[in-house]
Design a protein around this ligand. Sequence first.
Ligand SMILES: CCCCCCCCCCCCC[C@H](O)CC(=O)SCCNC(=O)CCNC(=O)[C@H](O)C(C)(C)COP(=O)(O)OP(=O)(O)OC[C@H]1O[C@@H](n2cnc3c(N)ncnc32)[C@H](O)[C@@H]1OP(=O)(O)O
Length: 262
Amino acid sequence: MSYECILTELRGSGERKTGLITLNRPKQLNALNDQLMDELGQALLAFDADDGVGCIVLTGSERAFAAGADIPTMAPHDFMSAFKTGLISKNWETILQVRKPVIAAVGGFALGGGCELAMMCDFIIAADSAKFGQPEIKLGIIPGAGGTQRLPRAVGKSKAMDLLLTARMMDAAEAESAGLVARVVPADKLLDEALAAAETINGFSAPSVALIKELVHQAFQGPLSDGVKIERRYFHALFGTADQREGMDAFMNKRKPEFKHR
Ligand SMILES: CCCCCCCCCCCCC[C@H](O)CC(=O)SCCNC(=O)CCNC(=O)[C@H](O)C(C)(C)COP(=O)(O)OP(=O)(O)OC[C@H]1O[C@@H](n2cnc3c(N)ncnc32)[C@H](O)[C@@H]1OP(=O)(O)O
């Protein structure tokens, strides 16, 4: 499949590869327009459906992961046109349908919709050059793709309010200490580190990987007691897989497991 606003390729040396998606509107700092998000949705769903793909890595350019929704696209709208069209691509939620891990490799600016997109991924590895923010208030609007909901859950109420109300950016170190980012790496090592993390995950049992992703997202949905109950059932269920037998046999026989991903 050829795209205009993104680049896609398969990376990795193992049986299960990593689907690498690079946002590719560098002149506009990867601003998210309809075409980019429609292409991103297609690429995400294609990698998710490919049994040869274990993980997906989403990245941008050195200067910007994404500087937000495309402002010239939004500017002409009024309430009714925004309300009727949903304003930006129907694909806003597509990334949330993906069952495989999506790692955001963020260098440079991740602002507005760019920060929201990164927060929709399963975890963020940031370059030391990364800057995060939700500066929508400067445009006379507010975040529209989960920024006011996911940011407080990631960094706490006070820091989220500070970032949302002052429109200031936070650098990679602050983002990591606040809990938004899993780890910070040198900018020139960002993609290597993200692909290495994906390669590690690709080697583990696919049912375990999928259930960990599903259960961590469940932790934000309901009461702890419900989440623990659901986790316990999935824990028991994995004892019905060949990979559980392979994983425990490999440990007891002091050898590397060869998971069959079932
Ligand atoms: C399939 C699943 C998809 C899931 C998608 C999930 C996300 C949903 C996406 C929709 C979200 C909608 C709701 C969202 O909350 C709303 C927003 O995002 S509003 C926009 C928020 N962002 C901003 O306000 C940042 C705007 N940009 C800047 O402040 C500055 O550009 C900068 C980033 C601080 C960099 O400044 P400089 O280094 O000085 O560089 P320039 O300003 O000269 O920029 C270079 C070049 O890029 C163009 N550009 C930058 N940002 C945008 C943008 N957001 N839209 C369009 N174009 C942008 C800028 O105009 C310059 O272009 P040039 O003038 O040279 O032609």
